[in-house]
Design a protein around this ligand. Structure first.
Ligand SMILES: NC(=O)c1ccc[n+]([C@@H]2O[C@H](COP(=O)([O-])OP(=O)(O)OC[C@H]3O[C@@H](n4cnc5c(N)ncnc54)[C@H](O)[C@@H]3O)[C@@H](O)[C@H]2O)c1
Length: 308
């Protein structure tokens, strides 16, 4: 599918800027954000919580890439994730539908699987986890993203506007590589959110704990996945995980999980870990088979760290 005018919500944010760059040679790209834009793209300042504003803004766009949200690295009251991410996404989809937009790409998160240090008692049902793995968010960011997936599916079901959801894991922006390498090598293995004096020393995005899933995706690869999802002709709402083929964990994936849970979850594709003991906890076969997406990143090359 080809589009002439694409609006990227959250276009001033970290991922939004990568996506706008990825799309700029294929269509006229405009960014939309509560924050100011960059000189690189026409920009509309607005709020996804303002439905009336969206109804006017979306006129004339044929596709919307919706990444505007309060990301999980932000320390905000829990209700803010629901208000902006869940209600905001409904507003975006409703305004897009009412304006005859042909396609919307929505953004979920691997946080929907509910795996972090607080869920040690809730191991994965199996490894590697594909899109069919049960979703079990407990906290409001993951829940807001789960609500986004259900909302996206509901609009797609109407049959006139295509909706696709991308579900990325931790996005390893260039500024996070050295920090992630340092945290994963620390005694707590980065499994806890930085607090107190240590937290004060670093920007907010660097305080986030590193998830038990040890998964990441490089933003250039992820932006390409958004583009491929936009260009593909899909019959129904599809969710695509966007995760690198390896982890950022020094230890082999299965032995790391054994250390955390005391046992290795059922391994559905043993050949994956036989071929690469550091293979991801997530399975992106669906994106490869349906969209031709292959992640290109390699944690050892990115970080310079050695594996165990
Ligand atoms: N960064 C990650 O590791 C990660 C992982 C999985 C999913 N995601 C999802 O990817 C998307 C982009 O994340 P990011 O890392 O670029 O975050 P970011 O915080 O860098 O960018 C988000 C952008 O959304 C804008 N925004 C926030 N509230 C808004 C509102 N009410 N109206 C309009 N714009 C608003 C912000 O100003 C910001 O520019 C989000 O949906 C996030 O939940 C991110």
């Amino acid at each position: 599918m080809r589009f002439e005018k694409i609006l990227v919500t959250g276009g001033s944010g970290r991922l939004g800027r990568f996506i706008a760059e990825e799309l700029k040679d294929r269509a006229r790209v405009t960014t939309f954000d509560v924050a100011p834009g960059t000189p690189a793209f026409p920009h509309i300042t607005g709020d996804i919580c303002d439905l009336a504003g969206l109804m006017k803004t979306f006129k004339g766009f044929d596709a919307i890439v919706h990444v505007g949200a309060i990301d999980g690295h932000k320390e905000v009251p829990p209700e803010d994730y629901i208000r902006v991410n869940a209600f905001g996404t409904w507003n975006v989809l409703h305004a897009a539908f009412e304006n005859g937009v042909k396609k919307v790409i929505a953004s979920s998160s691997s946080a929907v699987c509910g795996l972090n240090i607080a869920e040690k008692e809730m191991p994965p049902h199996y490894l590697p986890m594909d899109e069919a793995h049960p979703q079990r968010p407990r906290y409001s960011y993951g829940l807001s993203k789960y609500m986004d997936e259900i909302t996206a599916e509901s609009f797609a079901r109407r049959g006139t506007m295509e909706v696709v959801t991308i579900r990325p894991s931790y996005v390893l922006f260039p500024e996070l590589v050295a920090h992630t390498a340092k945290r994963v090598s620390a005694p707590d293995r980065g499994l806890y959110r930085l607090t107190g004096a240590e937290a004060e020393k670093v920007p907010e995005a660097f305080r986030e704990r590193l998830g038990i899933v040890r998964a990441y995706v490089e933003p250039g690869d992820l932006a390409r996945l958004y583009r491929l999802a936009l260009e593909a002709k899909l019959k129904t709402h599809e969710i695509f995980q966007g995760v690198a083929a390896d982890t950022y964990e020094p230890e082999p994936t299965l032995s790391f999980f054994k250390g955390i849970y005391g046992t290795v979850p059922p391994v559905r594709k043993p050949e994956v870990y036989e071929k690469n003991p550091h293979a991801s906890t997530f399975d992106c076969t669906k994106a490869r088979e349906m969209l031709g997406w292959e992640p290109t990143s390699d944690w050892v090359k990115l970080s310079g760290l050695k594996r165990r």
